[in-house]
Design a protein around this ligand. Sequence first.
Ligand code: BMA
Length: 342
Amino acid sequence: MSNVRILSGGSLPNIPWQPRSKDDTHDSPVWRYSENPVIPRNPLPGVARIFNSACAPWKDGFIAVFRGEQTNGVPHIYLGKSRDGIHWDIDPEKVPFTDEKGNPFMPHYAYDPRLVQVDDVYYIMWCQDFYGASIGMAATRDFKTFTRLENPFIPFNRNAVLFPRKVHGNYLLLSRPSDSGHTPFGDIWLSRSPDMKFWGMHRHVMSAGPAWWEGVKIGSGAAPIETSEGWLLFYHGASSTCNGLVYSFGAAILDADEPSRVKYRCENFLLTPEEWYEERGFVPNVCFPCAALTDKDTGRIAIYYGAADTYLGLAFTEIDLLVDYIRTHSVVRDSDTEEGNR
Ligand code: BMA
């Protein structure tokens, strides 16, 4: 048992897991699954690549929303089921989104989905065209009907992820205001809603940098994980190089009561591209987390991340190791620790 307790998610004895190899010399407390990538190229007819995707426990196994890049280049969301969280049975049809009356209401494109359960509803959020890149959302209880909700924000915005429970009566959503292209900036923000329809009380959470691996922009990855130390947030950071952007991921811990305040922010990345499937692909040098599974009994965490905009990777950590590392290497600025309202 760890000293730091995972409070969200409950027991998950079947969490995908592989112990850290004794030969692993990384300083980071996060290690890769040795059989990565878990989804290869050309996974479905008409879909060339699956990456940046999210999953959740479902019945006696797991369910996932995948970013599938069709062979015409347009991304959409596909559903998958798995017994073990590693081998996936993927539906070849796109997720059939409808409006509230049950009429088909498909986004023009949809990418980087997150999947978060709040009470007995599963919410999917993704990036889509809303006269420019913005956030789309839908709700499902059964993974058969998927009802689109009001788009939470005007353009431009990406990387939205919901908290797994209401805080002080409000749903909380992290997002990353952006432009409609390959945004050269970006901070993480928090917004609140009493009803998943009207969003406000916006607060700045944290800015890009100062560490070089996250110097250009940052964006939330997995849904925040509630722990006895606060909300654990995995997020990606982009660094500018002579050869384009490099996407790594790191972690921060947000205040339990007022998550716009950052308690700890790890100055080191936890995972950066170095394996062939992270360095070589449609967009080289990308590690982009979108989901994490947790088991409160063992403190185990399994992180799903897109690799090189081509593959899905899996990585592991343990809550006590991770939080120790974050605390030891934490550097916070005023813009992190303040409430984020000016
Ligand atoms: C970001 C997003 C991600 C992608 C990353 C690297 O802007 O579009 O979907 O993984 O770029 O290409």
